[in-house]
Design a protein around this ligand. Structure first.
Ligand SMILES: NC(=O)c1ccc[n+]([C@@H]2O[C@H](COP(=O)([O-])OP(=O)(O)OC[C@H]3O[C@@H](n4cnc5c(N)ncnc54)[C@H](OP(=O)(O)O)[C@@H]3O)[C@@H](O)[C@H]2O)c1
Length: 270
């Protein structure tokens, strides 16, 4: 069972860099976000750390997340990479560290997981988890190490609601986080099902989508490039969808509704 309590929504920083990233993380903290999602590969751990160290909120109130890239799954490389992530942030530890993708063809994710377990016992990271892991990958981690990930961060939005993976995560006590929760502002934003629900609640479509995640018990990490949008997304937690609205959103699901066809069974992340 995880030692961390995760907030219902976090702030995603993919594609944000440098001063802009630092300013937007600071404004996210001002708005009330208490989980910041980063990754070694986003090349913004420094900016995230600078914003967290700026003192907008007490350090211990913020969950700083980063992720291990596919090219560093070998045990010693993984540990060095986690140390480097911590150095980059300028913090003395990170709160949540995930294996970014399983890279099954490389078949080194179990040794990467052993490195994350070690990093946790050394106090480099408080809690550990995975991202884009399928049940078969998590089963192997648990069988070979006895340690269950606290979190599985996966692509999840109304076109791709991931019912089976969610059920698996829940059955194993794993928190599901949703990446690209807004589908990267794709055609979801003009789906009549969603625009009608948005009008009924007097909010925008992004708020409806994030309220849908909340009712599923999934923790979304939307990225937004303005303080205004950051606040709108956080305010989604004040919207409660009815059962009928949840059923209506469910009609948007597609067998492979992935935004960019990134299937964890085959993706090989560098
Ligand atoms: N683990 C993984 O493999 C993985 C993969 C992808 C992403 N992630 C994480 O998940 C986070 C979120 O995913 P994402 O960035 O791919 O996509 P997203 O959060 O689904 O969508 C971001 C897009 O939505 C727009 N947007 C956000 N709030 C809005 C609002 N209130 N009104 C209108 N437009 C709005 C943003 O525009 P502006 O930016 O112009 O405001 C941006 O174009 C990433 O930042 C990253 O931290 C993880």
């Amino acid at each position: 069972m995880s030692t961390l309590t995760l907030p219902a929504i976090g702030f995603g920083t993919g594609s944000l860099h440098g001063g802009e990233a630092a300013r937007l993380v600071e404004s996210a903290l001002h708005a009330g976000y208490r989980l910041i999602d980063s990754a070694f590969n986003y090349e913004n751990e420094g900016a995230v750390g600078a914003a967290v160290r700026s003192g907008v909120v007490p350090r211990e109130d913020v969950i700083v997340t980063s992720k291990l890239p596919g090219r560093h799954h070998a045990h010693d490389q993984a540990l060095a990479c986690i140390e480097e992530s911590v150095y980059r942030t300028g913090l003395d530890h990170l709160d949540l560290y995930l294996i970014h993708w399983p890279n099954p063809a490389r078949d080194q994710y179990v040794e990467a997981w052993q490195a994350l377990i070690e990093a946790r016992s050394r106090g480099l990271v408080r809690e550990i988890g995975v991202s884009n892991f399928l049940p078969e990958h998590i089963d192997r981690l648990v069988t070979e190490t006895g340690v269950t990930p606290a979190v599985n961060q996966i692509e999840l939005h109304p076109y791709f609601p991931q019912a089976e993976q969610r059920a698996y995560d829940t059955a194993h006590g794993i928190v599901t986080q949703a990446w690209s929760p807004l589908g990267r502002a794709n055609s979801l934003f003009t789906e009549p099902v969603l625009t009608e629900i948005a009008a009924a609640h007097g909010v925008g479509v992004p708020a409806v989508i994030l309220a849908w995640h909340a009712r599923l018990g999934v923790l979304p990490i939307p990225k937004a490039s303005s303080p205004d949008r950051q606040r709108q997304n956080l305010a989604a937690l004040e919207v409660t969808l009815t059962d009928a609205e949840m059923d209506a959103v469910a009609t948007l699901a597609r067998p492979d509704g992935r935004n960019k066809g990134q299937d964890p069974a085959v993706v090989e992340q560098l």
